[in-house]
Every structure is written in C-alpha cells, then in structure tokens.
Design a binder for this molecule. Structure first.
Ligand code: ZN
Length: 459
C-alpha cells in the first residue's frame, strides 16, 4: 500500500525523499528468522494425525482442518512476534530488502518449500506443493520499509536512522511466513499448491511489476491470488468484501523566475484546491469515523479525489508538486484538464512547465467480488461473522501495486485490523506514530491459512 496522506509534519520528511518520477507511493513489509521443523509439532497439529482428514465439504475446508490450522497458528505466536520485531528493528528501504529476503528465504526453506530468490529485485517466491492434487493459489506479502524516523522509546524500534516500518510490511512478511509454516505442517493433506510471493519495492510501486516481468508466476498459473494489508479497523476484524484502493497520478508545475512569487504560489494552490474533494483523517476519532464510513453503503467514499500540493524553490524557480488519488481511473483525464485550466488561469502561457506522471496514471486496486464472497464466508468461521467487514467505496488515501497481480489473476486484498486505541495502536499506515497490535499477526496467519486451505479444498 502506498499512501499520500500523512500528517503535515511527517509529510515534509517523506515527500522530500520521494522521486517525482515514481509518484508519491509507498508501503512496506518485512519478515525473518528461522523456522521450526514440522516434526517438532504436536501430533494434534495435523488433521491426519487427528484422524480426520479434511474434505473441503464445510465452510472452512473442514472443521478439523480449520481447528488444526488455528492451533498451528496459535503455536507459532511467540515465534512470529519475535520475527516481526526482528524485521521491525532492521527495516530496509524499497529495493534494498536484502536481509529481510534472506530471513524469509531461510524460513521457507526450513519448511521444505521450493524457493526462488532474486525475483524482480529482492523478491522471494516459495512454492508449497501439497500431498494431494489440486489447483494453484498465490499469496503475496510485501517487504519494504519507508524513509521516516520512528518515534523513540519502542522496545522493538528501528535501529536504522530514518528507516521505519510505518506501513506494516513487517507484519505482512511475518504473516506470509506464518501462513506458509502453518500450511506446510499440513502439506500431506493439502490439495494443490500454494505459491508465496514476497515482494520488494511496494512503496515505489515497482516491485509487483518487476516480479511479474521476472516470471514469478510463470508455469504456476494460480486460479486466485490473495494479499493482506494492515488497516485501522479494530484488531480482530477484517475487511474482505469490496476492498478497493485508489489509483494515483501526479503533476509538477515549474514557473519561470519572474512568476516565482509567494503570491503566485498562493493563487495556484487556491485554484487547484477545489480539484480535491476529500480531506484525510488527522485524529484517532477521525480515523474511527473513516473506518465506519467505509462500511456505510451511503458513505462518502464512492467518488473521491484526494489532492495534495507541496512546493519548493529550485534554482529560484517555484516548483509545485501535486499528488492526486482518484477512486475512479476514468477520472484522471478530467482531472488533468482541471489542473491545466487552473494553471492557465493564473500563469501566462510560455512562462511555466507542466508535466504529469510518466506513463500515465497508476491504476486503482479492486478485489474480485466472487473471490471476495468466498473469502468472507471462510473468514466468518475464523474471526466470527460480525467481524468480517464489507467496504463501500474506495479508500481515497492509499494505492497498491497489488493491482498488477489482480490485473492478471482474480483475487482479494484482505485488510487486516491492527488498530487498538486502548493499547495505543492507531493502526493507520504512514502515520508517524503507526504501530500495530501484534495479536493481528496470529489472526492474520489463521485467517489467510484458512482461506488458502479452503479454496484448495473446495475444488
Ligand atoms: Zn503498505
């Protein structure tokens, strides 16, 4: 996930580090450490040993399988939390995920997965082949951190100055390894193949495309693909249906020196401002309302444009950089026209340069409805029906290059609740105080292990 909205103080730090050519995109992840051998697991961890092979006939593949997955995930709790913290302490920026990838690789190999490394940069692909025939399912987790400073005082805080897992990719990587570990412990009964994609460079929206170009899924042909991202719904809840994140565009306006005045800057910003239709949450209460509104069929997130404009002076020339996120990909043509018109109203022709994102706007991410319905039905057995949330509209402040996987394969991005205000976890990715309730790690591991198991078992 990539997000443009962050409180102003934080934005100044972040935006300076963004490459305009890449747009203002970001997200992170991480994971690591060694895995226990499956032979160490208690006999009751596997359905075969429990005497009741899964059949795929019930809502969770089988009740015994679901219980076994839950028990396995629960048994991994301390190990997974340790792994998350290790990754969190050693965050790596987009394209530099060397240690994170190595930790993941070690974990996957310890579970007996077929592992390919260096896929689309530092991407890792792990293939878990079940003991029974069946289809292929893919699961993607992202790995990179962001160029921000973590607040001081956390026991497991980043040890790298100005690098911080502020988007939760440390959790995502850990959960990905947790899912692979849980399913590997039941591989004899697994009906098909699970492919795990650990993606680098999500925050720069380069990694997904790079992995696909590098053949991450060649010869595997998954029927569906799942992803997961931290989100500020309460821990224990998940958004499964309707999940959608905005696409984005950006522009740069460079004025000549004569027109590079504070007055012009203010005029242009005022003229551009109405293009944006929505303001981001700033407080905990705002975030709670945002999450509630997303669940409202009549809520405000059907059609939105989020605009942020920053300014700087380069060689005595005023430069305005705008980032735009629209819920509807077809809106960018109209939005670009509005930007052109705003500038033309204020600045004489020939005295400025206006450029939009190379390659055109970045697409919105939308989950597949059919896959989402199935996923929601499975998740109801894992977290309780009342804790499976449906999204109405599109998240206006975040983008995801998981969109490229979804263009190839139908699938779902599950938004995992990591918020717990009572414990001080805002759960809003890219906020300067972002942190997550670690209970979400086991919940996410149970949830996605069961979703994959259920999909394979029902074929
Ligand atoms: Zn993210």
């Amino acid at each position: 996930m990539t997000q443009q909205h962050i409180p102003a103080r934080f934005k100044e730090v972040t935006m300076k580090r963004f490459s305009p050519a890449l747009g203002f995109v970001t997200m992170l992840l991480a994971s690591c450490s060694s895995t226990t051998d499956t032979s160490d697991q208690p006999a009751t961890d596997t359905p075969a040993e429990a005497g009741s092979p899964p059949t795929g006939s019930s809502g969770t593949g089988s009740e015994s399988a679901s219980a076994a997955i839950g028990a396995r995930a629960e048994s991994l709790r301390s190990e997974l939390i340790d792994m998350r913290r290790e990754i969190h302490r050693h965050p790596e920026l987009s394209g530099q995920e060397v240690q994170t990838a190595a930790l993941i690789e070690a974990r996957l190999r310890a579970q007996g997965l077929e592992v390919r490394t260096g896929v689309g940069g530092h991407g890792v692909v792990g293939v878990l082949r079940g003991g029974r025939p069946g289809p292929v399912v893919a699961y993607r987790a992202d790995m990179d951190a962001m160029p921000n400073q973590e607040p001081p005082g956390r026991a497991y805080g980043s040890t790298v100055p100005n690098v911080f897992h502020v988007c939760g990719h440390d959790l995502h990587s850990t959960i990905g390894v947790g899912v692979a570990t849980a399913l590997a412990s039941m591989r004899d009964q697994l009906q098909g193949t699970a492919v795990f994609l650990f993606q680098p460079a999500e925050e720069t929206v380069e990694g997904a495309a790079a992995m696909l170009r590098d053949g991450a899924l060649d010869g595997l042909d998954p029927q569906v693909i799942y992803g997961l991202h931290s989100f500020p719904n309460h821990v224990g809840t998940v958004f499964a249906q309707g999940t959608a994140l905005a696409g984005f565009d950006n522009f740069t306006i460079t004025l000549d020196t004569e027109h590079s005045t504070p007055e012009m800057e203010n005029k242009l910003k005022a003229d551009l401002a109405p293009i944006g239709t929505i303001a981001p949450p700033e407080t905990g209460d705002d975030i709670a309302k945002f999450v509630a509104d997303l669940q409202d069929p009549n809520g405000p997130y059907d059609e939105t444009v989020f605009l942020r404009v920053s300014s700087s002076t380069v060689d005595d020339r005023l430069v305005l950089r705008g980032s735009l996120k629209a819920s509807d990909d077809s809106a960018y043509e109209r939005i670009r026209d509005a930007v052109r018109e705003a500038v033309a109203r204020e600045v004489p022709e020939g005295t400025y340069e206006l450029a939009f994102r190379d390659g055109g706007p970045f697409p919105a991410m939308r989950s597949d409805n059919q896959v989402a319905d199935r996923t929601a039905a499975t998740l109801a057995h894992v977290v309780g029906k009342e804790n499976v949330l449906s999204m109405h509209g599109t998240v206006p402040y975040a983008s995801e290059d998981f969109a490229f996987f979804l263009q190839r394969t139908p699938g779902v991005m599950v938004l995992l609740g990591v918020e717990n205000r009572e414990k001080g976890f805002s759960g809003f990715p890219h906020f300067p105080d972002f942190d997550a309730d670690e209970d979400a790690i086991v919940i996410g591991t149970k949830a996605m292990s069961t979703v994959i198991w259920d999909h394979l078992s029902k074929q």
